[in-house]
Each structure stands twice: as structure tokens, then as C-alpha cells.
Design a protein around this ligand. Structure first.
Ligand SMILES: CC(C)(COP(=O)(O)OP(=O)(O)OC[C@H]1O[C@@H](n2cnc3c(N)ncnc32)[C@H](O)[C@@H]1OP(=O)(O)O)[C@@H](O)C(=O)NCCC(=O)NCCS
Length: 383
């Protein structure tokens, strides 16, 4: 007997799919929708954050391009959309970073979410989003997206005593990690603090990878003009090599009294990457950080992290560090997931090792409301 799954709810046909600004919906109304319906308190429920992430993004043209479902003048669903250029196989494609997709509970299971994805796919060549929930995954997969369950994340231990604030590190783990890290090749490096926008020339090295644009406008918006976080950008080079060197974007934080360092972006000629990593490891020690971490997909960069003895949060079981800090939360494995969809050459686009995705992409480095509260009370945070 053939069993056919029955839809519990009838399809909802009376809604309209429309961009926020086109619908006359203000950022304040969108923030209120997120505050009401997103399970956790999120920064996107703040008008200043919403204006930065959506309206001020270089590709948005001063409009909020988030996609909504409206029924009887009420928002019944929303997905955050940051338009961005995506360079892939030598062509610049219309793309968007997706975030915070929610259908009001009473409207779920009626085809609204599916209609939102179809609307986005009709208007873009590449779509990507991170932190995919179990509820959303079947919809993404059904619409032709591919899924990466664990975004690669690596860390370098700078001070194992301080790391104990976040993880119990056994003697064995301590010895093995120290030995791996000590084997890293010593490379001379020169570094210079710059505005993130000045790193655009180094982004030319990204051409072998599929990647979101890192032109000066985008780098300025993402890092120099971020609404909450303070980012530090550096041009780093191996003085023995030719070329424009590497771009590094860092964010220092202080969690439960312990400094930590996040690498938000790293790109540059592959020959300069060991110098950039040497600089990053040095910075972590100079700042008294417990550890420095990085999330990225590009295979050749991942190989260099492995060669320098950085610990994989996904593959190496020795030390487990949290991925979320406000509040501190250990997920297993301590990283996040992502989806990607491409209209053209998916058989090439879906090779994650040939994509350059870092925490500078999508909203992978976003403050939580708990972070804002700690800032306001002056108890935590590195800014
Ligand atoms: C994930 C979410 C956005 C999906 O939106 P939705 O409007 O409920 O999804 P849809 O109704 O369009 O579902 C489409 C598909 O899901 C399945 N589905 C959803 N509800 C169903 C139901 N009640 N019965 C049977 N199938 C159902 C079906 O496969 C359907 O495809 P079909 O039309 O080919 O049958 C929504 O569940 C939500 O807001 N969840 C909470 C927040 C969240 O997890 N967001 C995602 C962040 S990444």
C-alpha cells in the first residue's frame, strides 16, 4: 500500500510575498515581529542593528530588502535579506545572505515558508545562510540548497591556564596540543593596522574561490562601520615574498574576565597565509588571550591551519571550547551549520573547500542581546 503524507493544514493562499520597504513596513515594525516570534532574544529585534544589517548594507540601496509574507495588513513571516555580490567562476552574481527566518506559529505548515524561498530563488543566483534549524532544513533541501552540517572551526591555544575557564583540559590534551603548536613553521611577518576597506586589494587573491564580495564598500560597511562590534584590520605580509600580502580582521573580546580573540576574516596570497597565522598567534599571546579561533571553509587555508597545529573544533576531540559566549554555551560540535544554493554550476559551487566563507559572511559574527546588556553594565566585552 502506498502511504501519502497528508498536509495537516490547508495551504494559505491569501498572503503576499513582498520586500519590507516595498510593503511600507518600517524597521521598527520588523524588529517588533522578530522580538515577538523568534525563540531567543536577538540583535535583529533592535532597530539600530536592523538598520545596519539590512538597510545600510552596500547592496541594499538604502532599502530593507528582507522578504515578508503579509496577510490582512499583518506580517505573518519574515526572512532577513542582505543583498551582496558573489564572485564565482569569474562572474559576479546577484546574491543574498539570509538570516532569521520565521513564520508566525499560527501560519506555519501552510506553504508560507516555501513561498518565501521560491520568491528569493527567482530573484538571485546565489543564496546562503547559517545556523540552520531542524524545522528549516527540509525546506532548504527540498528547494535545492545544499547543507554543511559543521562549518570548519579551528582554535590555537595561547594560554592553557586561561582556557580552563571554558573547558577542562586534561594533561594529555595539554601536552599534545603544546607539541602540535610548537611544530608550526616559524615565518617572518610584518603587520600594519589599517582600515578594513584598505584590505580590498588583498581580496583579489580570492579569485580561485567562490566568495561574497570583499570590495572596499563592503569591507567598510562590514567592519569599519559595524553598529556594535569593534573590529581591527591588519595588512600582514611575509617580507621575503612578493605580492600584496594578506588581510586579517580580528575582534577581541573579554568573556567572564578572560580575553579571547576571534579571527573574523583572513584572505590573501597563499604564500602570505603562514605569515598571517604567525601574526595572529603572536597577537593572541601579546593580548593575553586564552585562545584565538577562526571559522572558514576554504580548503587550502584549512590545510595551513592543520599544518600549524591548530585544533579542529569538529574533528579533534582533545579540547572542547564553546562557540557561543553570550551566554557561554557548549554545543557539540562547537560550530554552526550553513546552506548554499546556486542557480549556475551547483556541481562546482557545492564544493565547500572551494568556497571562501568566514565569520565575515552572513551574520556569523553577530552580538546577542545578552552581549548588549553586559556592555551597558560595563561588566564584559572587549569594545
Ligand atoms: C522553518 C519555517 C520558517 C518553515 O515555514 P512554514 O511556512 O511552516 O513552511 P511551509 O508550510 O512552507 O512548509 C513547506 C514544506 O514543509 C513541509 N511541511 C511543513 N508543514 C507541514 C505540515 N503541517 N504537514 C505536512 N508537511 C509540512 C512540507 O514538506 C512542505 O512542503 P510541500 O508544500 O511540498 O508539502 C517555520 O517552521 C518556522 O518559522 N520555524 C521556527 C523558526 C525557524 O526554525 N526558522 C528557521 C531558521 S534557519
Amino acid at each position: 500500500m502506498l502511504l501519502v503524507a497528508q498536509r495537516k493544514e490547508p495551504l494559505l493562499t491569501s498572503f503576499q510575498i513582498i520586500e519590507a520597504t516595498d510593503a511600507g513596513v518600517t524597521n521598527a515594525e520588523l524588529c517588533a515581529f522578530y522580538a515577538k516570534h523568534w525563540a531567543r532574544p536577538i540583535a535583529l529585534s533592535r532597530e539600530d542593528f536592523c538598520a545596519w544589517q539590512m538597510t545600510a548594507a552596500p547592496g541594499a540601496g538604502g532599502r530593507n530588502r528582507s522578504v515578508l509574507a503579509i496577510e490582512a495588513d499583518q506580517i505573518i513571516a519574515a526572512i532577513g535579506v542582505t543583498p551582496a555580490a558573489f564572485t564565482f567562476l569569474g562572474k559576479v552574481r546577484a546574491a543574498a545572505e539570509l538570516t532569521t527566518w520565521v513564520v508566525a506559529p499560527e501560519a506555519r505548515g501552510k506553504g508560507v515558508g516555501k513561498a518565501i524561498l521560491a520568491h528569493l530563488q527567482a530573484r538571485h543566483d546565489v543564496l546562503a545562510g547559517a545556523g540552520i534549524t531542524g524545522a528549516a532544513l527540509p525546506l532548504y533541501l527540498g528547494a535545492g540548497f545544499t547543507f554543511l552540517a559543521h562549518l570548519p572551526r579551528f582554535f590555537h591555544i595561547a594560554d592553557v591556564e586561561k582556557v580552563q575557564a571554558f573547558a577542562a583540559v586534561s594533561d594529555l590534551a595539554r601536552q599534545v596540543t603544546a607539541r602540535r603548536q610548537a611544530n608550526a613553521r616559524r615565518v617572518p611577518w610584518q603587520s600594519r593596522p589599517v582600515a578594513a576597506a584598505d584590505l580590498a586589494p588583498m581580496a583579489a587573491s580570492l579569485s580561485p574561490f567562490g566568495h561574497f564580495s570583499r570590495d572596499a564598500d563592503r569591507l567598510a560597511w562590514r567592519h569599519d562601520q559595524h553598529v556594535a562590534f569593534h573590529y581591527e584590520a591588519f595588512a600582514v605580509a611575509d617580507p621575503a615574498r612578493k605580492g600584496s600580502g594578506a588581510g586579517v580582521v580580528l575582534r577581541q573580546d573579554v568573556v567572564e574576565g578572560v580575553p579571547i580573540l576571534h579571527v573574523i576574516d583572513l584572505f590573501g596570497g597563499l604564500g602570505h597565509v603562514p605569515a598571517a597565522l604567525g601574526f595572529i598567534e603572536h597577537e593572541a599571546r601579546r593580548r593575553g588571550a586564552a585562545f584565538v579561533d577562526i571559522s572558514l571553509t576554504a580548503g587550502p587555508l584549512v590545510a595551513q591551519l592543520r599544518a600549524r597545529g591548530w585544533t579542529s573544533a569538529v574533528d579533534d576531540p582533545l579540547i572542547e571550547l564553546p562557540a557561543l559566549f553570550y551566554p557561554v554555551e557548549l554545543r557539540r560540535p562547537p560550530t554552526t551549520s550553513m546552506v548554499v544554493w546556486g542557480r549556475h554550476s551547483p556541481e562546482r559551487l557545492y564544493d565547500f573547500s572551494r568556497l571562501h566563507i568566514t565569520r565575515a559572511d552572513m551574520d556569523l559574527d553577530r552580538p546577542t542581546l545578552s552581549w548588549y546588556q553586559k556592555q551597558a553594565s560595563g561588566t564584559e566585552g572587549g569594545n
